[in-house]
Design a protein around this ligand. Structure first.
Ligand SMILES: Cc1cc2nc3c(=O)[nH]c(=O)nc-3n(C[C@H](O)[C@H](O)[C@H](O)COP(=O)(O)O)c2cc1C
Length: 160
């Protein structure tokens, strides 16, 4: 087991051994969709219903996104790899060519996702160079027959 100084780039490579899903966290800001892809989405609590996502402190999108009246979380399906690339891009119009809809309350959800949640921000928890954002679920939907997109080893994959 490797000890000594924990170098962030190396640690990122080790974290990449942990497979995760990919969610798009998005909301309406001044009438326009704003969002990011997140591999740190985690279901947290059933009662009360909570999920979480870790957002980098360096994110320039989160300060705007957190002002949205509601936050949509769309769990991407295996057929949405291109969506994961687009929403995870650092530059460019992330919603160009993406099929999305806004809820009445202003959450942005992606069409064709395996599952979707409409949330509000419950609280932020400081966590090093990220913030853990706890989201309270207001509404949810699930499409049983959509296989999930998987992020593992810094690559998008599908379940075999
Ligand atoms: C597969 C994938 C997963 C990502 N997961 C996260 C995440 O969990 N948290 C995060 O803050 N950024 C994550 N990102 C980066 C954001 O999607 C986005 O690229 C970044 O927030 C852009 O920078 P900006 O916030 O300054 O606009 C991920 C990117 C990709 C491609």
């Amino acid at each position: 087991m490797s000890k000594g100084a924990l170098e962030p780039r190396e640690l990122r490579r080790v974290f990449a051994a942990h497979p995760s899903g990919v969610a798009v966290v998005a909301g309406l800001v001044n009438g326009l969709p704003v969002g990011i892809a997140a591999s740190t989405f985690v279901p947290v609590s059933l009662d009360p219903p909570l999920v979480s996502v870790c957002v980098a402190r360096t994110s320039t999108t989160w300060p705007a996104l957190r002002t949205a009246p509601a936050i949509g979380v769309s769990v991407l399906g295996a057929h949405q790899e291109a969506v994961g690339h687009r929403l995870g891009a650092r530059t460019g119009d992330r919603f160009a060519g993406i099929s999305w809809r806004a809820t009445i309350d202003g959450a942005v959800l992606l069409d064709g996702a395996a599952a979707a949640f409409e949330c509000t921000i419950d609280r932020h928890v400081d966590a090093g160079d990220h913030e853990i954002v706890l989201l309270a679920i207001r509404e949810h939907e699930h499409t049983e027959d959509i296989a999930p997109l998987v992020f593992h080893g810094s690559r998008f994959r599908a379940l075999a």
